[in-house]
Design a protein around this ligand. Structure first.
Ligand SMILES: Cc1cc2nc3c(=O)[nH]c(=O)nc-3n(C[C@H](O)[C@H](O)[C@H](O)COP(=O)(O)OP(=O)(O)OC[C@H]3O[C@@H](n4cnc5c(N)ncnc54)[C@H](O)[C@@H]3O)c2cc1C
Length: 296
């Protein structure tokens, strides 16, 4: 297993912010993945798996962990016999292509989620009434201690969260789908993508929705709009002028800039609505809070 040093991780994220992974590996098989996580355990290093980096804010100083990116057979996907069988590193877009070609429907909701199968399991990603929990049959989870298949219940999939720990890597997953004509799938995807384009910034560097929707009649985006934070900017990071729940890298943003915005959003919403929205994005590495007393 080749361990690379100081690989720029920020560039592997959709928002394009952050420093380097001090240790980095690209396992291609389950055996290589097991070797990598055991190596990290022996070195006393944490493991962080990066998918397509679409929900991640990496610290400016990078991350002193073993960062894994699943490639080869761990990023392959095949659709047959009513199942999508995919590596944890398989891109949703590729999986959707395979399922449509095989006439299998039920994965269309993921057309607007620019991540991987493993990232989808970890986040229980979802949109338009569908989520991973609704279609996941089982996932093969590898850690330094053991490897085994887990059901959605064992994975603890709830709204935008799972019980997976950082050292637990989704190597493969099986999603249960249903027969559907490819043309119908194509039409649904086109409709969902048009809806997305109309509502959210699509050609900007972002990490998707920053905050989970709190238990409130207003969504996180509407709350942020109501407190006047739409368009607010710190350094190179800006709250999208189009959608309050998106932070954009408007030019050379640092993680500290994005974190400053996160903190201001949280305080603003807490003061106005009495609920502190929880962030959906994963913070990686040693991020420095710009304001004392704000817990993220
Ligand atoms: C424009 C845009 C729109 C988005 N829209 C949506 C949406 O509609 N719905 C939604 O739910 N999300 C949305 N997201 C957020 C994001 O795409 C999802 O959370 C996605 O599932 C993350 O997948 P990823 O592979 O990019 O994971 P990453 O962002 O790389 O990682 C996210 C988390 O998953 C973990 N992880 C990644 N791969 C694995 C693995 N193989 N095993 C274990 N853990 C792993 C990481 O360690 C990290 O904790 C959007 C993001 C963007 C940029």
């Amino acid at each position: 297993m080749n361990i690379e040093e100081n690989v720029l991780l920020g560039r592997m994220t959709t928002v394009g912010i952050g420093g380097a992974a001090h240790h980095f590996a690209r396992p291609q098989t389950v055996a290589e993945l097991e070797e990598a996580v055991r190596w990290a355990a022996a070195q006393g290093l944490e493991v962080f798996t990066i998918g397509l980096g679409s929900n991640v804010l990496v610290a400016d100083d990078g991350v002193d962990a073993l960062v894994l990116r699943l490639e080869g057979e761990l990023a392959a996907a095949e659709a047959k016999d009513g199942l999508l069988v995919a590596g944890g590193g398989a891109a949703n877009a590729v999986c959707l292509h395979r399922t449509r070609a095989a006439g299998l429907g039920g994965f269309e909701f993921a057309c607007a989620i620019p991540g991987t199968i493993g990232g989808g399991v970890r986040m229980n990603a979802g949109a338009y009434g569908g989520d991973w929990r609704g279609i996941l049959e089982r996932a093969l989870v590898v850690s330094a201690e053991d490897s085994g298949w887990r059901s959605p219940d064992e994975l603890g999939l709830v709204y935008r969260r799972s019980a997976l720990q950082p050292g637990e890597v989704v190597a493969r997953a099986e999603l249960r789908l249903e027969q559907k004509p490819p043309d119908e799938i194509k039409a649904t995807v086109a409709d969902l993508q048009a809806q997305r384009k109309a509502a959210q910034p699509t050609n900007k560097r972002t990490f998707g929705s920053v905050f989970k929707n709190p238990e409130h009649n207003l969504s996180a985006g509407r709350m942020l709009e109501a407190v006047g934070l739409k368009g607010h900017r710190i350094g190179g990071a800006q709250i999208s002028p189009r959608h309050g729940n998106f932070i954009e890298n408007a030019g050379d943003a640092r993680a500290a800039d994005a974190l400053g915005l996160l903190a201001e959003c949280r305080v603003g919403v807490l003061e106005e609505f009495g609920v502190g929205p929880l962030h959906e994005i994963r913070l990686v590495g040693d991020l420095h809070l710009p304001r004392a007393g704000v817990s993220l």
